[in-house]
Design a protein around this ligand. Structure first.
Ligand code: B16
Ligand code: MG
Length: 216
């Protein structure tokens, strides 16, 4: 039976909680540079690419560095991050995710990943979810990171579905903006104050239901 519609999930912060791992990894770099980097600052980096995140951190600290040193710091951050995510297991899948994936399968609705992360496949392998998704588009496939809609539009195209038939599930304001720019319905996971642009906001994946998907 052809797929009627799709749900495109962001990865970090929706399927698995990698936000603290990103935070402590960036903290290694900001401590070295004497930049005061808070969890609120980290919130602004959700959904934003690795390079853009580094640029924003340097801006926060008012620091400018030569390109080669920036590249070294980015590699160092990622090495730390990879050492943390490599230890992830099924236990790290966020509550409600497995039920949501089962619901979609029972109802012939496609499930895809649309993530800015270049570590997405590594994480999906670690938590054993690679085969659960019909399509995976990540930071390695795109030129423009969220809030550009490219990652979600590529996922829709690979699924062979119109954007109107896709619902994006996102925890970051940059991701919500990307979904709306792409003409997609969007479920925000987290707080209304931060994700107000989404069509609906729920506190966590535990509240996910099919009724929240696009009615197109
Ligand atoms: P990496 P998502 C995003 O993933 C994260 O939210 C963001 O904090 C991170 O900087 C970005 O991926 C790049 O990640 O360094 O692993 O390539 O939320 O779009 O799944
Ligand atoms: Mg995210």
């Amino acid at each position: 039976m052809p797929l009627k519609k799709a749900c495109i999930f962001d990865l970090d912060g929706v399927i698995v909680d990698t936000v603290p791992a990103h935070f402590v990894s960036w903290k290694t770099i900001t401590d070295e540079l004497n930049i005061d980097f808070t969890e609120e600052d980290n919130e602004q980096l959700k959904g934003v690419s690795r390079v853009e995140s580094m640029n924003r951190i340097l801006e926060i600290g008012g620091v400018s560095l030569p390109e080669d040193q920036i590249a070294e710091l980015i590699t160092k951050k990622n090495d730390r991050y990879v050492s943390i995510i490599s230890k992830m297991t099924r236990e790290d899948i966020l509550p409600g995710v497995m039920d949501a994936l089962a619901l979609l399968k029972e109802n012939n609705i496609a499930a895809a990943i649309g993530s800015s992360s270049k570590n997405a496949t590594r994480i999906l392998e670690a938590i054993g979810l690679t085969k659960e998704f019909d399509v995976i588009v990540d930071g390695n496939h795109i030129k423009n990171s969220k809030p550009d809609p490219e990652v979600f539009l590529q996922a829709a195209e690979k699924l062979g579905l119109d954007a109107k038939l896709c619902t994006v599930v996102e925890d970051a304001s940059a991701g919500v903006e990307a979904a709306k720019k792409g003409g997609m319905h969007c479920i925000g996971i987290g707080e209304k104050d931060i994700l107000g642009e989404a069509d609906v906001v729920i506190p966590s994946m535990k509240e996910f239901t099919l009724l929240l998907l696009t009615h197109s």
